[in-house]
Write a protein of this length. Structure first.
Length: 465
């Protein structure tokens, strides 16, 4: 299996650079306060932010982004390793057909049709699912790796006439910069920081590419700004978009101008004693299919993403299975469960508009617990360092399974859930008694009575802890 790469950036162009080079990264946004990071770096050096060399700026920011993601993963792995309780496994498909015949008194033809219909909705509410119990498994996954995953942080700035420029954000600022860039030559600097999660080793360096622009007319500038492209990119231009036509010449790695220098990234990987080709995880056919697809850009494919044709007659999301976190809050005095965190699913998602728990596909190299904790943090801001895992339930369909991880807020800790991406319309604490009144995801509606009973039992077991 290839060594996983985690890209600490939501930049579609950076992701595309890697994907076209045969690497499908896991996208993990750092949410770094860039201005604060540069202020702190300047204070340490006893200079102003403007006096910081551009190489220092981009390397400092790239390191900050990679480090934040590294720490998040450390917290995920630590919380998964500290998990306690039981793993309950239910296999509804093994008994669904038999119980449909017995319960309904149907003919063979009738039970077959009923079973398929039941399986397609994953509504096993009328099925007495036998379960197995075992201690929750905290082994495997990222914690046991000898190398990787590799975490890559990047940040770019444009140097023109002695000034370092980031994203303009506003149309008026973009206009000023484009007017200054007309017919001029500047440098695009990109900082790269690579961290090996297994060892903690860090490598940082910056790439530089020189480029010369054509003479801009006011019409060019007006229409380019109207397109919106130059407002949210370093230096107010792109190479891989509309702005590429305005670049007359380039010296240096073109991919560095897009925001991720492949030659430098390869060099950093090799410094760690790892072969660049060990990161390849995308076939030529997959790259072609991806480039031909019409999916929204926000729906970025990541390792582990994909559909599984299940024996239940449905297609399920997650090549390695899927998992989510059912996080509960307990009353400080009674110890009883009072609220759970719920996700109001985006309309474009499967069963959009329903309520469930945050979760998703397990990425390559992750354990089930790690995948659930990462997804919950990524989607709902459920911080792994503030919760404790107390059990899990795995609905096993054979070729695919979904694991619900039960967790409590740690005593003295508070989780502040929020929607971190476009997969949710809202994320909020919902009173335990109000859960059935929500329009629930089919699986959540089916499982909720059992989950409520187990949460109450866990709360009693953990009372006083």
């Amino acid at each position: 299996m290839s060594i996983p790469l985690i890209l600490a950036s939501k930049s579609q162009p950076r992701r595309d650079v890697l994907f076209n080079a045969g690497i499908c990264p896991t996208i993990r946004v750092s949410h770094v306060d860039e201005d604060a990071v540069l202020e702190q770096a300047a204070q340490r050096q006893g200079v102003s932010v403007d006096e910081l060399p551009i190489a220092d700026k981009v390397c400092t920011l790239s390191r900050a982004k990679a480090t934040v993601v590294y720490e998040i993963y450390r917290n995920v792995v630590r919380t998964a390793a500290e998990a306690t309780g039981e793993r309950v496994i239910g296999r509804p498909l093994e008994v669904a057909a038999e119980q449909t015949v017995v319960d309904a008194g149907s003919s063979a033809a009738e039970y077959t049709a009923q079973t398929i219909a039941s399986a397609q909705t994953r509504d096993f509410s009328n099925i007495d699912i036998p379960t197995e119990r075992e201690p929750i498994d905290t082994t495997g996954g990222l914690a046991d790796r000898k190398v990787g995953p590799l975490i890559l942080g990047c940040d770019s700035m444009f140097l023109l006439n002695g000034h370092a420029y980031g994203k303009p954000h506003a149309a008026a600022i973009a206009r000023e910069r484009l007017q200054e860039m007309s017919g001029a030559t500047g440098e695009l600097w990109t900082g790269h920081t690579l961290i090996d999660f297994a060892t903690g080793r860090v490598e940082t360096a910056a790439s530089r590419a020189t480029l010369t622009f054509c003479e801009f007319t006011e019409t060019m500038i007006d229409r380019y700004i109207t397109s919106g492209e130059p407002l949210e990119v370093a230096g107010s231009f792109t190479l891989d978009g509309l702005g590429g036509a305005f670049i007359d010449s380039i010296t240096g790695a073109p991919s560095g101008i897009i925001g991720l220098s492949l030659p430098l990234a390869r060099e950093l990987v090799e410094r760690m004693g790892i072969e660049w080709t060990d990161l390849w995880n995308v076939s030529r056919d997959e790259r072609f299919q991806e480039s031909s697809a019409k999916a929204p850009k926000t729906n970025v494919r990541q390792p582990g993403d994909g559909w599984v044709e299940c024996a239940c007659g449905r297609r399920h999301w997650g090549l390695n299975g899927a998992a989510g976190v059912l996080l509960a809050r307990r009353d400080a005095e009674t110890g009883k469960v009072t609220h759970i965190v719920m996700q109001h699913r985006a309309e474009w998602s499967a069963e959009g508009g329903t309520w469930g728990i945050p979760g998703g596909a397990i990425a390559d190299g992750e354990s089930t617990l790690e995948g659930a904790l990462r997804e919950a943090n990524e989607e709902a801001n459920i911080t792994p360092e503030d919760i404790e895992v107390v059990g899990s339930y795995c609905e096993d369909h054979g070729p695919w399974s979904y694991t619900t991880v039960f967790a409590f807020e740690k005593p003295g800790h508070v989780v502040h859930p929020k929607a971190n991406d476009d997969e949710s319309m809202e994320i909020e604490w919902v009173a335990i008694d109000e859960v059935p009144g929500h329009k629930l995801l089919t699986a959540m509606r089916t499982d909720w009575p059992r989950f409520r009973t187990r949460l109450d039992a866990l709360a009693e077991e953990y009372q006083g802890r």
